[in-house]
Design a protein around this ligand. Structure first.
Ligand code: PLP
Ligand code: COI
Length: 367
């Protein structure tokens, strides 16, 4: 579709922040980082132009961007992003979990939005360079990590509706704790029956900002109804579970088997894929198939469904305790975390933090 980048990798220059946050202030901030409100001293910026490829790669002080009001992204939303975490390892270094999977998904998102692909090695180098510059921002609190947000937007100054000829690829870093506030034992889910997230042939399987813009109203509806997250049904029959606003979903049954919605219109989560692998390693039967809201309700009532959980980079694994909607209102199991959910969470987070065996070589040393 588009010409490939002219360089497969670019040397990333470093401009250190002349006035980084003081050590005392940083420590104070890192004691309670929350999610997505704090940012580190640096960011990585790499530019792209048709005919020139990727250029001007630099680590630079974190700060506001100046963009033209006619910049294409502000009008037509040509933007994609990723989310991955850097973890403090037991030996004091820092690690990433399957970062090449994020790099690949970023390429697939770019293709769908008619954007140039960031070469895998350049994407990875940008993440490493930022973590190296800002590793002191990895929170030491339990469950803490440095959430990296690579993103790319159309920067051509033009109001015609066409793929931009220029792009800016940035990575920023945010020290984070738990995604869900309050440390509740399980999250509550609101079933959106009015809105859908993605239809066949749409952009549901890629990570573009537009998907999230469209999820905000149904998510607000979830909050209004006292729930933590919205779950979307399929756009064709309004029957089958797709995924949550920012997470995939799994169901655990009384025979020990698991189900997760099949790929197609949902984001192919890296956490989802890792859980499928860990479950299969453990001899658990996992099926990727359609699962309807009616079935969910019936299985929760009969006790056939023992557990359900949401999963994603930001949320990790979050047990689902209850489900509410205009025509449903039910509790799963005892409303708290299930045994298999907790077991998978312990194994996954152990691999991510370098404290349990990593048979698939998922943990990559960042620094
Ligand atoms: N589904 C949506 C809509 C998401 O935003 C996310 C988060 O990235 C996920 C699923 C989970 O994906 P991953 O496990 O790769 O973070
Ligand atoms: C992530 O898990 O990385 C996401 O992008 C989800 C978002 C809701 C923070």
């Amino acid at each position: 579709m588009r010409e490939k980048a002219s360089v497969s990798s670019a040397k990333i220059s470093i401009e250190a922040n002349p006035s980084p946050v003081s050590e005392a202030k940083r420590k104070e901030l890192l004691a309670n980082p929350g999610f997505g409100r704090l940012f580190t001293d640096h960011m990585v910026m790499i530019r792209y132009a048709d005919g020139k490829g990727w250029h001007d790669a630099k680590v630079m002080p974190y700060g506001p961007l100046q963009i033209d009001p006619a910049c294409a992204v502000l009008h037509y939303g040509q933007e994609i992003f990723e989310g991955l975490k850097a973890y403090r390892l037991p030996d004091g270094g820092a690690g990433f979990f399957r970062p090449e999977a994020n790099a690949q998904r970023f390429q697939s998102s770019a293709r769908r939005l008619a954007m140039p692909e960031v070469p895998i090695e350049l994407f990875l180098e940008a993440q490493r360079a930022l973590v190296k510059a800002d590793s002191r921002w990895i929170p030491e609190i339990e469950g803490g990590s440095l959430y990296l947000r690579p993103f790319m937007f159309a920067s051509e100054v033009f109001l015609g509706v066409k793929p931009s000829s220029e792009y800016i690829f940035l990575t920023i870093a945010s020290p984070v704790g738990a995604y869900f506030k309050g440390g509740a034992p399980a999250v509550s889910i609101w079933v959106s029956d009015k809105f859908t997230r993605a239809g066949p042939g749409g952009t549901g399987e890629v990570k573009c900002g537009g998907n999230y813009a469209a999820s905000l109203l149904p998510q607000a509806e979830a909050i209004e109804n006292g729930c933590d997250q919205v779950v979307f049904l399929d756009a064709v029959e309004h029957k089958y579970i797709d995924e949550l606003g920012g997470m995939n979903v799994f169901f655990v049954f009384d025979d020990g088997s698991m189900v997760t919605p099949e790929l197609g219109t949902i984001l192919p989560g890296i956490t989802r894929d890792s859980i499928l692998t860990l479950a299969r390693d453990a001899g658990i039967k996992v099926r990727q198939q359609k699962y309807s809201i009616d079935q969910w309700k019936a299985d929760a009532a009969s006790g056939r469904l023992r557990e359900a959980f949401a999963c994603g980079t930001a949320a990790v694994i979050a047990p689902i305790g209850s489900v509410k909607g205009t025509s449903v209102n039910f509790v799963i199991g005892n409303g708290g975390p299930g045994i298999l959910t907790e077991k998978l969470k312990a194994q996954l987070t152990g691999i991510q933090r370098g404290t349990v065996a990593d048979p698939h070589g998922w943990l990559q040393r960042g620094i």
